[in-house]
Design a protein around this ligand. Structure first.
Ligand SMILES: Cc1cc2nc3c(=O)[nH]c(=O)nc-3n(C[C@H](O)[C@H](O)[C@H](O)COP(=O)(O)O)c2cc1C
Length: 354
């Protein structure tokens, strides 16, 4: 466990250990606001070397799921202050994940006046949950105009500033799992014929402009980004995956970031044009690399020992084991997360794990 308990360099910070808590949507944010219960949940997990929060919307259009939080109003920013304070009071370090759901969502989950948007007017072939209705088909999004693109990029920059104002140590930009930035990369979601679609360079443009805008606002040493190559979740397909990710990482090498976060996915190597994300990203990217996805204490330690990652990221295990680093260190038994309470409102299955 030597490497898991060594400090890692995350931009301007040194972490207490190399065990990160994965970003996880928990749908407890009634009215899209952080609450005291959410502060308690994160404070319980503050012994992680780095907490990456659940996805938080930088714009009203990005609130596609029920009960997820936002950080695009002053009131929302102020509600997050108590969360950052609670984490810091326990000695933790926290980056807020900024997640714009794009075409993933439903108008009935969005606040009044917001729109379901995407790179093109193409519905995701997937279902979405609506309170009181259950799972329904995702509707067709509105293809974004160039001014809407610019508005959303400005919203990321403003949200990053709000995250810092609220007391967070940095932000992670969610460019994985089929949400808006990932939709721009995808050959099945982006049919644009302007500068933001077509070639791999053009499909990368949204992500790179958004990263640059956020770095210009809060400094790259407080900015991370997450990718999930080969993940088909939320109806995403990229038919030139190796080419576009190599291009993205080469460009990101010129914008010093706090870290890049990649989801481990061995299956991608067997997909047409696929590759093994961890090995490839280590090779293409010069900076700090966080890796997660199905890790155990042993596999995380092995990955760090082999130099494949700089921090090991744990999701499910942190839901059910708030003091995960201590359990790893003392080889204590691990509890299993209850999937039926992943996204239900209230304390049960959220703050009541011991
Ligand atoms: C309940 C739940 C919610 C999640 N929500 C998010 C999210 O908001 N943003 C994100 O980047 N990943 C999200 N993920 C994916 C995790 O960050 C992580 O990549 C995944 O759980 C794999 O790690 P694990 O096997 O250690 O759980 C979520 C996962 C779970 C289980």
């Amino acid at each position: 466990m030597e490497k898991l308990f060594a400090s890692a360099n995350i931009g301007r910070y040194k972490t207490a250990n190399s065990i990160a808590m994965a970003p996880m949507t928990r749908s407890r944010a009634v009215n899209n606001m952080a609450t005291p219960l959410i502060a308690e949940y994160y404070a319980q997990r503050a012994s992680a070397g780095l907490i990456i929060t659940e996805g938080v919307a930088p714009h009203a259009d990005g609130l596609g799921y029920a009960r997820i939080p936002g950080i695009y109003t002053l009131q929302q920013m102020q509600a997050w202050q108590a969360v950052a304070d609670a984490i810091h009071a326990k000695g933790g370090l926290a980056f807020m994940q900024l997640m714009h759901t794009g075409r993933i969502g439903h108008i009935e989950n969005l606040p009044e006046g917001a729109q379901l948007v995407g790179p093109s007017s193409l519905a995701a072939h997937a279902k979405i949950y609506i309170d009181g209705k259950g799972l329904v088909d995702m509707p067709q999004p509105l293809g974004m105009s160039v001014s809407k693109i610019h508005e959303s990029i400005a919203a990321y920059a403003q949200a990053a500033q709000f995250a810092i104002d609220a007391g967070f140590d940095g932000v992670e930009l969610h460019a994985a799992s089929g949400y808006l930035p990932n939709q721009f990369l995808a050959t099945n979601a982006n049919m644009r014929t302007d500068d933001y679609g077509g070639s791999f360079e053009n499909r990368s443009r949204y992500v790179l402009e958004m990263v640059q805008a956020v770095c210009n606002t809060i400094g790259g040493d407080r900015v991370g980004i997450k990718f999930s190559p080969g993940m088909a979740f939320n109806d995403i397909h990229i038919n030139d995956s190796a080419i576009i990710y190599e291009h993205l990482l080469q460009q990101l090498n010129h914008i010093p970031l706090a870290y890049l976060h990649v989801v481990h996915n061995e299956q991608h190597i067997n997909q047409p044009g696929g590759f093994e994300p961890v090995l490839a990203f280590r090779n293409w990217y010069n900076g700090t690399l966080l890796v997660g996805g199905g890790l155990t204490a042993n596999s995380g330690e092995a990955m760090l020992q082999q130099g494949l990652a700089d921090m090991a990221v744990y999701g499910n295990l942190f839901i059910a084991n708030p003091n995960l680093p201590q359990r790893f260190k003392q080889n204590l038994p691990l509890a299993e997360a209850n999937k039926s309470t992943f996204y239900t409102p209230g304390a049960h299955g959220f703050t009541d794990y011991e």
